[in-house]
Design a protein around this ligand. Structure first.
Ligand SMILES: Cc1cc2nc3c(=O)[nH]c(=O)nc-3n(C[C@H](O)[C@H](O)[C@H](O)COP(=O)(O)OP(=O)(O)OC[C@H]3O[C@@H](n4cnc5c(N)ncnc54)[C@H](O)[C@@H]3O)c2cc1C
Length: 434
């Protein structure tokens, strides 16, 4: 088995992995990226629509264009890139086992950045009754067929789920000459970004059916029809609304699952709300020296946020690694930025009223840097305010405005705001009367 050694090993070469690796390199570490695909870029390579980079690059790019800007930067510095290399094991001691055409690799790292992204939920996750025909596939797989492999998934398409991937595919398949009969959404509101509802459905007269779901899959060996029905607020079907829709393709856009099997092998604890690792404000998991960022940590809607988060993880991982290596005498290379926290106490951070989850899940106080808190609301709120509290003390209160679950929220706390807090911190979004 080939043995290798780096200060920082980044698992996954998507936008998160590349941004983390670049920052770690800038901080002075030796860095490797391990990617199972034959190119860097992750999911962006199949997202040929525009809408990427608006906040990070202040210009509208396609997914491959956004990825390319990072691929070029990675190529320009001394970062080792292992393509077509699959990580199959990770230990809590930060030993990576990977496999490629040449055989097995063992890579020892002083710090690890987890950047494996996420995968799509399939039919089994929501247990749709009916037969098991060809023609039922996830929206991301259909995107790969159309945009990369030049294949057509079908002719008459129904989409279940109004997340961004489903909305983007509704437009894409329409542009490719397929007939998209409608998008069906279980919730009483759309899950995707407002701009995608407008640009992908409204502009193409594709109907969006809210509080409606697929109740049966009909046909074998190929899909012939689906049955849909309206549901009440407890998702109970209104029997009289059952309707059969002839179609040959059902696309599922019903959510993403962070890919954390490797993280679990290394002993990293997961947040049951996000299925991503529990991290502190430096994005370090509960396994020392293992950091996480991007979709493996929690599902992001915008890649720009993935990049910012990954830069933070890469900087912190390099600082950890270099400090570690100085302590054990294998390096004199000092980090150009120090570890963001002088760890005193880890204070838990938890979701309060109307909030689904928070990242991080704990903060080490006092922190020498600002602490970014990311969260999502559980349901749409027309007029509400963010309130961050430590016990009864209010640390932050935002201005009243509207909130949607599809939009990730961010509050940046100043160290001065949190210094002296000892009680658990709660993030709530409270409704305010108009
Ligand atoms: C259909 C779709 C449309 C989108 N539209 C937009 C948009 O309009 N605007 C926008 O800003 N964002 C959009 N996004 C979101 C954005 O693309 C993602 O948030 C971003 O790509 C996530 O980056 P990541 O690096 O965390 O994950 P990924 O891009 O998924 O990268 C993870 C990488 O890790 C690799 N990997 C995983 N496991 C292993 C392993 N064991 N060994 C080696 N390698 C491994 C994978 O091969 C992959 O390359 C869209 C996403 C999708 C799917």
């Amino acid at each position: 088995m080939k043995q290798l050694n780096y200060d920082v090993v980044v698992i996954g070469g998507g936008p998160a992995g590349m941004a983390a690796a670049l920052k770690a390199k800038e901080t002075g570490a030796t860095v490797a990226i391990i990617e199972r695909n034959d190119e860097l870029g992750g999911i962006l390579n199949q997202c040929i629509h525009s809408g990427f980079g608006l906040s990070y690059f202040k210009q509208e790019l396609t997914g491959p264009e956004y990825a390319e800007l990072f691929i070029k930067q990675v190529a320009a510095v001394d970062i080792a890139v292992y393509l077509k290399t699959m990580v199959i094991d990770l230990s809590g001691e930060r030993q990576v086992k990977a496999m490629n055409e040449e055989g097995m690799l063992q890579i020892d790292a002083a710090a690890i950045v987890l950047a494996m992204g996420c995968r799509e939920r399939t039919r089994g996750a929501i247990k749709i009754p009916g037969s098991r025909p060809a023609g039922v596939l996830t929206a991301g797989l259909a995107q790969r067929y159309v945009n990369i492999e030049n294949r057509k998934p079908g002719e008459r398409i129904v989409i279940l789920g109004s997340g961004d991937i489903g909305l983007i595919m509704a437009r894409r398949l329409t542009l490719e000459g397929m007939q998209v009969l409608g998008v069906y959404e279980l919730m009483p509101y759309a899950n995707g970004l407002y701009r995608n509802i407008k640009n992908c459905l409204d502009d193409f007269d594709i109907p969006l059916h809210l509080s409606t779901t697929v109740t049966n899959i009909i046909g074998y060996p190929h899909l012939e029809a689906i049955e849909v029905a309206k549901v009440d607020e407890n998702f109970k079907v209104f029997e009289e609304t059952r309707e059969v829709i002839p179609c040959d393709t059902l696309l599922l856009s019903i959510g993403l699952i962070p890919e954390n099997e490797l993280s679990q092998k290394s002993g990293v604890s997961l947040n049951p709300r996000t299925n991503g690792p529990l991290v502190n404000e430096a994005l370090e998991t509960d396994q020392p020296g293992i950091f996480a960022c991007g979709n493996v940590l929690h599902v992001h809607d915008l890649v720009d946020n993935v990049t910012l988060e990954a830069e933070q993880a890469g900087t912190a991982a390099a600082a950890y690694a270099l400090q570690q290596n100085i302590e054990i005498g294998v390096s004199e290379n000092r980090p150009t930025e120090t570890k963001p926290s002088e760890i005193k106490t880890a204070i838990p951070l938890s979701p309060g009223e109307n909030v689904g989850y928070t990242v991080p899940a704990k903060m080490t106080i006092p922190s020498s840097k600002e602490a970014r808190i990311l969260f999502r609301v559980r349901k749409p709120l027309e007029q509400a305010e963010v309130v961050i509290q430590s016990g009864a003390t209010i640390l932050y209160q935002g201005k009243p405005r509207a909130f949607k679950p599809s939009v990730m929220e961010e509050v940046v706390l100043n160290p001065a705001d949190i210094n002296g807090s000892e009680q658990p911190i709660t993030v709530s979004v409270r409704e305010v009367k108009k």
